[in-house]
Design a protein around this ligand. Structure first.
Ligand SMILES: Cc1ncc(COP(=O)(O)O)c(C=O)c1O
Length: 482
């Protein structure tokens, strides 16, 4: 057992700070002295450790000393054979695990409700997606997990598939049966990749859904900057014992910066220590906060803050109770409308709103009084803004038809058409509401009238839609090949 109270990277930075090193290297702000405005804004302490790699601080691309030690501590804390510190967000961790597992023409099995970073990786490497359509909870308008039978059948139908990717959990807190899926995949020679952008706490909290490393999955992308408390953009990539970590490092170095930020790296080191020493009690508090808020919000009426009652033994195998996901259909308002009202009228910023739900992110940084403020704002919103819910769009899962691979579509010859005229054509770009960043359309998929209606409705309701070249989403680039 390693000493998890140590922070090798942070301690090396402290040593450097007290050595009063004279910098003749980049960054050019030279410990903040060359940019007083920035130093005043961020603070001298912060700028003094915004440095470049140097011998005593190791090098992220080829770690041999303090970064290596810090990564080893993280690996042990997460029960992994190897951990990589990532500075390009969980996007970079997701992309590295996919690029390390599949290549051009290989099949990868995945649910369709993945984050855009997953399909972006397929554009980069040329692998072909085999989608398992997630089950849908129509009452809530959310996609659930993958059913084990669907996974088994898809693997049988695609015996050459190389990997399967699982969301653990989804943004809304839904978990598939990762243990069984891992077992079935391994029996059939597939690598198991877990997108755990929303599951850092599974490794430390009590009575949480299972984590990828605990059930023997091969790789996991972890957003330390979400529930783990580190700085935005800092993440981890975990590997199991069957994965060649030295090959994974080469893949990471294909796209990773050669100037990894020590602010981000030290935040990973410090947060790992906090999680290893105090994670269990921290997430107990978060669960209690979320449960309290859920009970109070459900008592208001018309809102539905859901939880473990959704569990059905398969497509909702488990639920992450730290997530405060709330359905708003009963109120006659889209989740994004409640999101906008909270922000504009009550100065409350929540994580995201979609057409029928919103997610308020609860963490150890919350205070009772803030939770009370959210609850009373929601109560007032119901009193003032509640509407008839007759004209709300029922969110059906729109099963995608993949005509060509994401890579082929992305680089294909294209024509730009007004959105309303795109029906029947093949899309060559992404269209998604951000957050949650799950593509409504991915490159290579057939555009249908239903999808156009969905995009138009989401625009009307005020969702931030991203992806296409046309910034106002009035047009889409479609494939010229048909
Ligand atoms: C499921 C999922 N995977 C990956 C990511 C990418 O994370 P990042 O924003 O850190 O790049 C996100 C971001 O929200 C996500 O929701």
């Amino acid at each position: 057992m390693k000493d998890q109270s140590k922070m090798p990277l942070m301690e090396a930075l402290e040593r450097m700070r007290y050595e009063r090193l004279v910098p003749f290297d980049v960054p050019g702000h030279k410990h903040g002295k060359g940019n007083p405005q920035l130093t005043e804004f961020l603070g001298e302490k912060c700028l003094s450790v915004d440095v470049n790699s140097m011998k005593p601080l190791d090098n992220l691309c080829h770690p041999v000393s303090v970064i290596k030690e810090a990564e080893e501590l993280a690996a042990e804390a997460f029960g992994a054979a190897h951990a990589f510190f990532m500075v390009g967000g969980t996007t970079s961790a997701v992309q590295a695990m996919i690029l390390a597992s599949v290549k051009s023409g290989d099949e990868i099995i995945l649910p369709r409700n993945v984050h855009q970073s997953v399909i972006n990786a397929l554009v980069l490497c040329g692998a072909v997606p085999v989608y398992i359509n997630p089950q849908m909870n129509k009452k809530l308008g959310i996609a659930l997990g993958m059913s084990v039978d669907d996974v088994r059948r898809t693997i049988e139908e695609h015996p050459l598939a190389k990997a399967i990717l699982v969301n653990n959990p989804t943004y809304y807190g839904i978990c598939s049966d990762l243990k069984q899926i891992t077992q079935i995949a391994h029996e059939n020679g597939l690598r198991v990749l877990a997108d755990e952008a929303h599951g850092t706490h599974f490794y430390f909290g009590k009575d949480m859904p299972v984590s990828a490393m605990a059930v023997g999955a091969d790789m996991a992308a972890i957003s330390m900057h979400k529930s783990g408390g580190s700085l935005t953009q800092s993440s981890l990539l975990l590997c199991g014992s069957e994965v060649n970590a030295n090959y994974v490092r080469k893949i990471i170095n294909l796209t990773q910066t050669t100037s990894g930020s020590y602010l981000l790296l030290s935040s990973l080191d410090i947060s790992r220590r906090n999680l290893a020493l105090w994670g269990e009690e921290t997430f107990e508090k978060v669960k209690n906060f979320a449960q309290y808020a859920r009970d109070e919000i459900n008592a208001i009426g018309d809102y539905y803050a859901y939880s473990k009652e959704l569990i059905n033994g398969d497509s909702v195998f488990d639920f992450d109770t730290t997530k405060l996901s709330v359905n708003t259909f009963g109120l006659g308002l889209a989740g994004i409308e409640v999101y906008d009202l909270l922000r504009d009228e009550y100065d409350i910023q929540i994580e995201f709103g979609d057409l029928g739900n919103f997610l308020a992110y609860i963490s150890v940084g919350d205070k009772n009084k803030n939770i009370e403020r959210l609850i009373s704002a929601l109560s007032e919103i119901r009193r003032i803004y509640k509407k008839d819910n007759e004209n709300m769009l029922e969110t059906e899962y729109i099963s995608p038809t993949v005509v060509i691979s994401p890579q082929e579509a992305f680089y294909a010859e294209k024509t730009s058409l007004p959105l309303a005229e795109c029906g029947g054509r093949v899309c060559t770009e992404f269209v998604m509401c951000y957050p949650p960043g799950i593509p409504i359309l991915a490159p290579g998929e057939r555009i249908t009238r239903e999808i156009i209606a969905y995009i138009q409705y989401a625009k009307e309701k005020g969702c931030v839609i991203t992806g296409p070249e046309s910034m106002d989403i009035s047009r889409l680039n479609v494939w010229r090949g048909e």
